[in-house]
Design a binder for this molecule. Sequence first.
Ligand code: ADP
Ligand code: MG
Ligand code: MG
Length: 906
Amino acid sequence: MSNKFIYVFGPSKTEGAADMRNLLGGKGANLAEMCRLGISVPPGLTISTEACTVYTEQGAQSVQNLIAAEVKQGMAFVEKEMGKTFGDAADPLLVSVRSGSRASMPGMMDTILNLGLNDEAVVGLAKKSGNERFAWDSYRRFIQMYGDVVMGLKPVSKEDHDPFEVIIDEIKQKKGVELDTELSADDLKQMVREFKALIRTRLGREFPNDPWEQLWGAVMAVFESWNNDRAKLYRQMNDIPDSWGTAVNVQSMVFGNLGEHSGTGVAFTRDAASGEDIFNGEFLVNAQGEDVVAGIRTPQQITLEGSHRWAELAQVSESERASKYPSLEELMPEIYAQLLKTETALETHYKDMQDIEFTIQEGKLWLLQTRSGKRAGPAMVRIAVEMLKQGLIDEKTALLRVTPDRLNELLHPVFDKQAIKKATSIAHGLPASPGAATGQIVFFADEAEEWVNGGKDVILVRQETSPEDLRGMAVAKGILTARGGMTSHAAVVARGMGKCCVSGAGAVRVDPRARTMTVGSKVYKEGDWISLDGTSGQVYEGKVPTRDAELSGDFGTLMQLADRYKRLAIRANADTPEDAKVARNFGAVGIGLCRTEHMFFEGDRIKSVREMILADDEAGRRRALAKLLPMQRGDFEGLFREMNGLPVTIRLLDPPLHEFLPHDEAGQSAMAKEMGVSFDEIKHRVDDLHESNPMMGHRGCRLGISYPEITEMQARAIIEAALNARAAGSDVKVEIMVPLVGTVREFNAQAKVIRETIAAVFKERGAQIPYLLGTMIETPRGALVADSIGKQAEFFSFGTNDLTQMTLGFSRDDIGKFLPFYLRDGMYECDPFESIDQNGVGLLVKMAVEKGRAARPGIKLGVCGEHGGDPASIEFFHRVGLDYASCSPFRVPIARLAAAQAAISD
Ligand code: ADP
Ligand code: MG
Ligand code: MG
C-alpha cells in the first residue's frame, strides 16, 4: 500500500489514468482518462480503493485521520479549478460524492449530489445563479439523497413509498401539478422544511449544516455501501471479490437542473440490446443525476432517428413526438454535434462500446462518466464481430470480448411467429432486453424469489425497478416495468443478466398494494400468466408458445474464429440421435459420452431390463438381455449414422440396478401385475438391491464383473450396430468405454469379455471394423494408477463428477445441506460440481494425464463430466493438455469459445 490516497483530475492537472482502475476504480480512472483526452469533465479528486480497505479493517476514524490532510489539499485544488470555495455562503462549491469500484457495478452503490449546500449557502446559490428555483431544487435533492444514503431514512416496509417521495407527491397534489419541474421555488422551500422535519422526527437528529461534516459522512457512507446487501449480492453474482473495495470520487457539480437549456442524459455508442452500430441514448431537460435512469419522467431520445424509432414503438404520433419529446439532435443541435464527436472519440479510444453519462449546463456539455457498456448476449457477439470487421479490434480481442456463458441467450427459444399472430397483445413497451419470457405475475422481488423457490415461473412487474430488486430480477423469467426507458435501471441490469425485459410500458398501471396491474379496463392479478417479448417490446396475455432460435451470421463467424484458435476439441454428451444431431449442428466433433442406460428406460425396454434384474440365474438374465440386444443395436446404429465420420464414445452400463425398479408400493404392485409375479417378490428384490451408499455401491464395471453377460450383450450390440451402419454407408468411429475402473484388473477383466465378444461377431459376420477400447478415470484410485491402466486402455475419459464426489468425499445428492455454508465461508471458491476444483481434483487429473501419456504415448485424453461445459474448467483442461472436452449439446458453442479463449490466454 502506498501512502498516497488522493488523486486529482482537472484541466490543469490529472494524476490518474485509465490503467489505474485497481486503485481508482473504473469511474475514477476513466474520469482521469477523459481529462487527459481533453474532454470537459468537472474537476475533482478520487480517494483510492486502498482507503476503503483501511476503512473496512480499521474503521471510519482511522481512515479519516489517515487521509484528512490529503483530502483538504485535493479540495483546495478543486476550489482553485472552479474559482469557488467549499462551504462559502455566497458562492459555494458544491460536489458530488460517487462510488466506483474496479468492476462496474451500476447503481449498486449510492451517489450524493449537491453536497455543500446548507441553509445559508442555498440563499447564496440562488443569488449567484439568479435562479431561486434551481437553488432550492438542488437543496431538496441533496437532503433527500443524504437523508436516505448517509442518515439511513428508508421506507418502513416494502409496500410503503419512499417517505421523501410521499412529501413530494403531497405537495404536487396540493398544487395540482404532475411534474416536479412544475413546482415553484416556494414549493421547494416548503419541501426542504418538510424534509428536515421528517429527518428530525424519524431519526431524532438534525440534518448536518456543516459542509465538511457532510463530506465525511458521505465518504464513509460510500465506503460502507461497499458492504450493503445489494452490493454484496451483485458481487456474488458476478464473481467480484469482496476484498477489492470501492474508490470514492468527489467531483465538482455541474447542473442539469438550471432550466430549459440544461439537462442530463445517458448514451451508448452502440445498441446495448441488439449490438447494432448506432449511437443512442436518452436525456431529460431540466433534470439532474439519476432522473433519466430512475424513470421519473418519460425521457427523450438523443438522436432524431432514435426518436422516430421510439415514437413508433411507443405509438406516439409525429406531432406529439416533435412537440413533447423532441430529440437532442433537434432541440440542441450544437450540443448534439459535440456529443457525437465525443462518443466517437471515446469508442475509438477505448475500442469498445461505451456507456456514457453527460450533463448539459446552460448550453455547455460535460461528461460525467464513460465505461464499457453492459450488453445483452446477442449484442456481445454482434459488437465483437463488427468491431473486428471495422478494424477496431483484432481476432483475439474479438474472441475475448464475448463471455462464453452469454451465448446461452442466443440459443434461448423465441416466440413462435404464428402463435404471436394469434396471441392477445395487451400492452407494449420498449424492447429493453431481448428474449421471450412467459410466467405468472408477481409484484415484489422477494415474492418472486419465494414463488420461484416453489417451482413457479414468474414475471416481475414493477412501476420501475431499483437495485433492491436485484435478487428478484435474477430469478424471474422476465421483467416488465411501467416506467423507464432503454437506459432505466431495469433495462441496464436485465441486459447485464441476459434477462428478457420490457420497460416503460406506459399503458400498464401497477398497484403494488392491491397486487394488480391494470391495462385499460382489464385487471390482471398476481398469479395471472403473461408473456413478454423483449425483442419487440410486446406484452401478451397468457402463455405464448415458443420455438428454437435462429442463429445469426455473426454467431457463425464467431464460432469459426473460435475453431481457428482453440486446441481442445469439443464433443458432446448425447444419448440419442436427436441429441447427436443438435450437438453436430452446434459444431461438436464427436460424442464424448453416450450413456447406454438412458436407452434402458424408453418404451417397453424397461420391462426387459426388469426381467433381467429379477432373473435368478445367468440363463434367465441372458433371456432378458437377448430381448434388449436388438433395441440397443438399433439405438447405436442411429447414433453412428447421425455422427457419420465423427467418433462416438459409448459407455457400458453404469448406474446401480435399483435405479431401474420402482421404489414406492404403488409402482411395485403395478410392476408385479405387469410381470406376472407376486408383489412380495418384487419388494424382496428391491430390498435386496438396497444400498447404503449407492454411489459407491454396485455400479459401473462392478456390474459387468458380477454379470459379464451384460457387458457381452452391450459389446455385441455396439459392434453389430457399427458394422450395420458402415454397411449402410456411414463412416463409423467406435470407442467403447468401461466405467468406474479403480484397478487395471477390473479393466482387463472387462476388456477380455469385450474383445472376445467382438472377435466372435467379426467371425460370424465375416467382417471387421476398427474400434478403440478405453476407460473412464473417475475414481481416485484409477487416477493414482493411471500408468498401469494406460498400458491397457487406449483412451481415458475423465469422469469429473464421480472423481469430484469421491475425492472430496461429497455426495452430490447431499451437498445442498452444507454447500451454501461452505461457499458463504469460502471453504471452496465455487461449487466444485459446477467448476472443477483445480487445486484438488485437478491434481489427480494432471497426474493421470502424465502417467497415461508416459505409459502410452499419444493416448487419447478427454473429459466427459459436467465440467466439460464450464468455461473455467475448460481453461484448466486446456492447460493440462487434454485432447477434448465433452459437454451437453447446448453448451457446445460455449465450450468452443471457452476453448479458444483458453488457447489465447495461454
Ligand atoms: P452510478 O455509479 O450509479 O452510475 P454515479 O456516481 O455515476 O452513479 O452518479 C449518479 C448520477 O449522478 C449520474 O447520472 C451522474 O451523471 C450524476 N452525477 C454524478 N456526479 C455529478 C456531478 N458532479 N455533476 C452532475 N451530475 C453528477
Ligand atoms: Mg454512473
Ligand atoms: Mg461416473
